[in-house]
Design a protein around this ligand. Structure first.
Ligand SMILES: C[S@@+](CC[C@H](N)C(=O)[O-])C[C@H]1O[C@@H](n2cnc3c(N)ncnc32)[C@H](O)[C@@H]1O
Length: 401
């Protein structure tokens, strides 16, 4: 039954402003007499670090524009979209699906259907992105196209950077605390094409009351020149720098508060962890890459501790076991050196098998004797010295006395 259009639109307002119930609303199409400014508008609520926001995404023919509106301004933003001459509204809430269609006569046809089982809104919010696909830097680094959408061929990289930043978010306050009113210094070791370095800059730059300074380090000169040019194009040259140096010996003017290492090959991750510890970095996030060092050592051994030889007998199992053992040693060494360490999966294994992340926060606490004993027994039984150990021998000797 047709309804008066202004009244029907007004009845949508409460659902759109209900942050606990709204899943997503889409306004699209045009009315007979008028064309909206945007081809389509989507609304949903997201939880950002700065708090809950109404996300308004508008699409023209080429690209999308995203703005996140604070709760006290959401009413005005919703009224603005309701005032556009859209021909259709589709609203999903946790318990209802609402469709509104504007008829040729300019009335509203409204259909409401209850949902059985409901929709888990919390999941939808938890998955709010750290970097919107239309973020200008993503287009500049070639992850998104000019239409503001992630290119299918780059979606794994986009997800990896987004999820890495999601894992960084919970420890940002700790690093910020350490930086105080000075710029937060972030260093990405083995930055390569610097997707993460630029992504971190883009995300941190949006955090309230935070000044930043981001440095990427890589041995390749080509990475340095390419990344510097990119920083220049993005207008970030004053807050970003790129250095061509090996991780093990790089020196920076001031020690960083946060050290990243994303997929630095083989023992370059150990170089990065050792470098970060020597800088006394309050926060370290390292997602290791391939692990060949322990694999080789275990493979060369003439005997293995029994009955655990079963883990090392077959090449493929030995490879996986060496990966686990390497990261377990890295986490333990950091614990002994006064870090609280979590080992987490930062991106779904469907996207990359290299999805383990060591997230370490310096506490400076004394090592637990039980951890030292466990570590000694493990290295003795396997008769291996993890690659991180010679790099931090002095520090470990002091802490393990
Ligand atoms: C697999 S890429 C990862 C790049 C980037 N972190 C990412 O995840 O997109 C590894 C990068 O680490 C750099 N790298 C490897 N060993 C290094 C070392 N010892 N010192 C500096 N850079 C190193 C390589 O040049 C390469 O660019």
């Amino acid at each position: 039954m047709p309804q008066n259009l202004p009244t029907a639109l007004d009845s949508l307002r409460a659902s759109l402003l209900d942050a606990d119930r709204l899943v997503r609303a889409v306004a699209s199409g045009r009315r007979r007499s008028a064309t909206p400014r945007f081809r389509r508008t989507e609304l949903r609520w997201v939880d950002l670090r700065a708090g809950r926001r109404l996300q308004v995404v508008t699409y023209d023919e080429q690209q999308s524009f995203t703005r996140n509106v604070a709760a006290d301004e959401a009413g005005a933003a919703v009224d603005e979209v309701l005032a556009e001459p859209y021909g259709n509204w589709h609203i999903d809430t946790t318990d209802e699906e609402i469709q509104l269609r504007v008829t040729k006569k300019g009335d509203a046809q409204v259909h409401r259907a209850g949902r059985t089982g409901g929709v888990d809104r919390s999941h939808d919010r938890r998955k709010a992105r750290m970097l919107e696909p239309d973020d200008p830097f993503l287009a500049e680094v070639g992850i998104s196209g000019p239409d503001g959408r992630v290119k299918p061929s780059r979606s794994a990289k986009y997800r990896q950077v987004d999820e890495f930043l999601r894992a960084f978010a919970p420890v940002l306050d700790r690093a910020h605390e350490e930086a105080g009113s000075a710029p937060l210094r972030v260093t990405d070791l083995g930055c390569g094409n610097a997707y993460l370095t630029f992504g971190a800059h883009a995300w941190l730059d949006r955090q309230p009351d935070l000044k930043i300074n981001v440095t990427g380090v890589d041995v390749k000169e080509q990475s340095r020149t390419r990344n510097e040019e990119l920083a220049e194009r993005l207008g970030w040259s004053s807050t970003m720098a790129f250095v061509r140096e090996p991780i093990a010996s790089v020196e920076l003017d001031q020690r960083p508060h946060v050290v990243f290492a994303l997929h630095a090959c083989d023992t370059a991750t150990d170089d990065a962890l050792a470098r970060a510890v020597r800088w006394d970095a309050p926060v370290i996030l390292a997602a290791p890459c391939c692990h060949h060092d322990l694999q080789r050592r275990i493979g060369r051994a003439t005997s293995w501790p029994q009955p655990y030889g079963l883990l090392a007998r077959h090449g493929i199992l030995r490879e996986r076991f060496a990966d686990v053992l390497t990261d377990a040693f890295r986490a333990t060494v950091l614990r002994i050196l006064g870090y609280r360490v979590e080992v987490i999966e930062f991106v779904d294994s469907a996207h990359t098998p290299r999805n383990t992340l060591l997230r370490a926060v310096r506490t400076g606490g004394a090592p637990d004797p039980a951890t030292i004993a466990e570590y000694r027994r493990m290295t003795d039984e396997w008769n291996v010295e993890p690659a991180l150990v010679p790099r931090l021998r002095q520090e470990l000797d002091t802490r393990m006395k």
